[in-house]
Design a protein around this ligand. Sequence first.
Ligand code: RP5
Length: 163
Amino acid sequence: MKKVAIVMGSDSDLGVLTPAIDKLKSFSIPHEVRVISAHRTPLQAIEFASKAEENGFGVIIAAAGKAAHLAGVLAGNTTLPVIGIPVKASVLDGMDALLATVQMPSGIPVATVAIDGSANAAILAAQILALSDENLASELKKMREKMTSDVVEKDKKIKAQFE
Ligand code: RP5
């Protein structure tokens, strides 16, 4: 299976990425976790993205806060799918990072998840890899079924509480 890269703009973003790392582990998806900054290490960002495909990656997840250009810069240097996670890291509560990540110009898409929405980034990466991996596709279906049965169970409990 191809690897997923989880790239963060700063080690201060790591806490936000824990749910994504846990999800990839739960699906046994091979992954690498890196700190690369579009502003502080721009050459490394370009180098990483332009070699990502030949280095065995299938999807890149990029998380950054403030003027969050990381996902866009990586996307501009690879044709692998890039998933952006805007991080809540400033007085603007992540709105700055959300707009910088999501408002990409036509031709260079970044699939942007919610502010700090790292679990969904990992699930989306898994869904992309599952297009060519039947076992992973079946794991994702199982996860969805469990989610559904959990909610049905909660509905029964809440309904009974108010009868
Ligand atoms: C962004 O600036 C990083 O992704 C981080 O969210 C934010 C703050 O970085 P530090 O100053 O904590 O290193 O580039």
